[in-house]
Design a protein. Sequence first.
Length: 255
Amino acid sequence: MLLVLDVGNTKTAVGVYHEGEWIADWRVTTHLDHLADEYYVLLKSLLEDRGLSWKDISGAVIASVVPPLTSTFEELMARVLDVPPVVISPDIKTGITIKIDNPREVGADRVANTAAVHKLYGGPAIVADLGTATTFDVVSKAGEYLGGAIAPGLGITADALVRRTAKLPKVELTLPEKAIGSNTVSAMQSGLVFGYLGLVKELVARLKDELPGDPKVIATGGMADIVAEWTQVIDIVNPNLTLEGLRILYDLNRT
């Protein structure tokens, strides 16, 4: 069985893949200060909850955008596995061509997303990862990663607005009935939610204008289902897209 770890700034996605299917997946909070022993206990508990154990895991692949935790998980996997994990870095095989100014700048999760989209859906395509950050990655028909765009996620934007103002409250991020807010809460919901949807639609439109062909838009991340429901710009939602990409990268590099 393959253990897949996607370590993000606020959430870590964990998946177990076996014989062509995901038999388990979880989303847990990323703790920057946790040691390898603490993550060992957490993962052991998750596995046992599904009737699994460390002995069932034969390999692992790690993508991390949190450098201090990369070495933490490498240390953990070295302890529990007989073979070293595949760690996503600029030096591994990806099955894609990264055509940007400095390929080493591309985050591991974005490499995984691009590899997954190229393998599963072909190109041209636009990957919208709607999580803590909002990233857009552009994949050509030939499987080239051409770059993209990075913007704040909706949650970050809302938190910053509340934290940097004296009188604005924290509000539920739901779709308002109208754009003209008649009170502080509805006005904030209008600005935050409609503003975020406008960001997504505008960037998708501009990326499509610059990309030859008729690109598909594939969304993943915590906001993917909601944005797909609230807009008409998402063609496919795949909540496990990054995990799928990591699985593909593992197969390319496990030897």
